[in-house]
Design a protein around this ligand. Structure first.
Ligand code: NCD
Length: 359
């Protein structure tokens, strides 16, 4: 059973420790060779049940640069998952081989479910449309380096704010820093889930929801573009209706601040024109590189100072009566998982996927 050193959400670390990890990432970026060999003999397992280029390879590069080694799969069809193995059994076994696991899965709450059965720390490398905390550490590292601050920023987030897990994790993090304002640029259909706006309200953060990118651009310090998450739509028609709504091009950028920082977690499809890559404000490829340093800093911290990521997996109660109503919640696929909810007035909040259920 779990030793409770995991990174499922950034909330598993204190605010102070995020800043320490970002500081360490910047230090590694300045002097990478000082950290080579720091984790000799350690093994990272990368279990990717969903496609990935940057997240998977930056985790692998991070571990190799630290002197450790890497095992894992990037296509579950080549593992015993194809024979019907459940998550519990895969994780129980892999965590007896590896010292730390980075896992990406299409179902929401899957990383937490994995952590429940792992005998080594688990890092959430993306759970469906829910969260992506290590992309957020990457984004915070990038903003610290290229923008010079994490507070007093007007941040525009544009595109698929509904299914974009990077957006959810980034908002959750940036609302902890003082004087940040958010401009949520999306169609009605792809606006942020209500648990995110509730969080902004709870932190007293100023935010506006708008649909026109051109109107928002002049006031922004940061523009975080996102891909429309084709794989999470119920139908192709719904995806096609949203696909090309937002495209950043030179004309739109003509109204932007000279020191705007343009980010994108990548992969880009059509939402940023290729010509924008040559604009000095385009930071997304530097951002992808920062991902290696952020993940080096995270793995080092989790293996060398495990006490820092020691949050219990659940704070609410197990329920034998209620089931999560989110069909994409891991608890609806892996039926042996205990169902845990936090009570919030007349709502129950699923502790795996944040879905709210009216009692
Ligand atoms: C993102 C993801 O997987 O959520 N990519 C990444 O990790 N860098 C964004 C996306 O897939 O659109």
């Amino acid at each position: 059973m779990n030793h409770q050193t995991n990174l499922i959400d950034l909330g598993d670390l204190s605010f102070h420790h995020w800043k320490e990890i970002v500081g360490l990432a910047l230090k590694i970026q300045e002097h990478p060779s000082d950290f080579y060999g720091a984790l000799t003999g350690k093994i990272l397992a990368t279990l990717f049940y969903e496609p990935s280029t940057r997240t998977q390879m930056s985790f692998q590069t991070a571990m190799l640069r630290l002197g450790g080694q890497v095992i894992g799969f990037d296509n579950p069809q080549n593992s015993s998952v194809a024979k019907g193995e459940n998550l519990k059994d895969t994780i129980t076994v892999v965590s007896s081989y590896a010292d730390i696991i980075a896992m990406r899965h299409p179902l929401e709450g899957a990383a937490k479910a994995a952590a429940l059965h792992a005998n080594c720390p688990v890092i959430n490398a993306g759970d469906g449309g829910h969260l992506h905390p290590t992309q957020t550490l990457t984004d915070l590292t990038t903003l610290s380096k290229y923008k010079g601050r994490l507070s007093g920023l007007t941040i525009g987030l544009c595109g698929d704010l509904k299914y974009g897990r990077t957006v959810h994790s980034l908002i959750k993090a940036l609302c902890h820093f003082p004087n940040n304002e958010f401009v949520l640029i999306s169609t009605e259909e792809l606006s942020v889930p209500s648990y995110i706006t509730d969080l902004l309200d709870a932190h007293g953060c100023h935010y506006q929801k708008i649909s026109a990118l051109t109107d928002a651009i002049p006031e922004l310090d940061v523009l975080y573009m996102t891909r429309v998450q084709q794989e999470r739509f119920a139908s192709q028609e719904e995806y096609l209706a949203q696909k090309d709504v937002y495209v950043l091009d030179a004309e739109k950028l003509s109204g932007a601040k000279k020191d705007l920082c343009i980010l994108h977690p990548l992969p880009r499809v059509d939402e940023i024109q290729i010509a924008v890559d040559d604009d000095p404000r385009a930071c997304y490829f530097k951002q992808a590189q920062c991902g290696v340093y952020a993940r080096m800093a995270l793995i080092l911290t989790m293996l060398q100072r495990p006490e820092l990521c020691g949050q219990p997996l659940f704070s609410g109660k197990e329920s034998k009566i209620h089931a999560c109503t989110n069909p994409k919640c891991i608890t609806n696929q892996e039926s042996y998982l205990p169902r845990h909810f936090v009570e919030n007035g007349d709502l129950l909040v699923c502790e795996y996927c944040d879905q709210r259920i009216l009692i």
